[in-house]
Ligand binder design. Sequence first.
Ligand code: NAD
Length: 312
Amino acid sequence: MPRRNKIALIGAGNIGGELAALAARTNLGDVVLFDIPDKEGLAKGKALDLEQNGSILGYDSKIIGTSNWDDCAGADVVIITAGVPRKPGMSRDDLLSINLKIIRNVAENVKTKCKDAFVICISNPLDAMVYELKKVSGLPKERVVGMAGVLDSARMQLFLARELGVSVGDVQAMVLGGHGDTMVPVLNYCTVNGVPLRQLISKEKLDAIVARTAGGGGEIVKLMGTSAYYAPASAAIAMARSYLRDQKRLVPAAAYCEGEYGYKDLYIGVPVVIGARGVEKIVHIELSAEEKAMLDKSAAAVRELLDAAAKL
Ligand SMILES: NC(=O)c1ccc[n+]([C@@H]2O[C@H](COP(=O)([O-])OP(=O)(O)OC[C@H]3O[C@@H](n4cnc5c(N)ncnc54)[C@H](O)[C@@H]3O)[C@@H](O)[C@H]2O)c1
């Protein structure tokens, strides 16, 4: 008998709440909104509000709030936002020591309660958190992935669409590398419905958009005092849907490299195909010498972060 998918959201804060809302509205499955005991009321309150929202919007998803990992048992998808977000003036890397402890605790629970799930990490610093998650949970690399590239590419697509005066739906951009200042927009693969970007925009304007994309998260933190949540949630839901519906979407995501692009034992943003088997493949694309050098620099920054994490 067919059954509804179960989606466990670890962290019921800003992104967690929006993830729950999107999962319900798009009928992705039933939702468990988990947080620490101190925040159980927040998780339960959001869950109840969102279930009541279903009476108006017409969805049937069951949504529960909890601080008990048993309620997450057997989830098909786990999306992790547990941790603290940035405050103005902070880099993602500044979150390392606080969020590392939280991720280790989450990973232990994923290992015992959700060992068959497809796990998407959102918590920052992303590449180090997803690495730790895989290491501690022991889940296979195909089922542990980090969300960053879909969001960073979406930001770039928006900036390009506004600059060019075209529909954002017609703009394709791809941003690879670590989720930080060293991210790498691969301009040869950025097009407006197949028309190479470089034919449409001056180098100066493109450089400015690349810089704004790299600082895209920080721009929002400065405005709101905390990090973005609508677009990050949509990006992770798109990845979850590709897994649950076996869509086999090709998207940039932080995946575990074992030689791909010349990197070993490292999570970094690369193009992947997400389908029913999780990260079904890492797709190799040709990079210019300049792009490869930028990706190497980004990989070195991620490696530095992993070295720092190993000492904590
Ligand atoms: N990957 C990306 O592109 C991206 C984008 C935006 C934000 N982020 C990151 O996502 C994370 C969450 O952001 P947010 O805005 O939702 O923060 P938030 O503070 O609103 O929510 C985080 C929640 O995690 C909970 N939490 C803490 N420890 C926990 C534990 N052990 N188990 C379960 N839950 C726990 C907190 O109680 C809080 O409710 C941050 O680290 C932020 O930097 C990543």
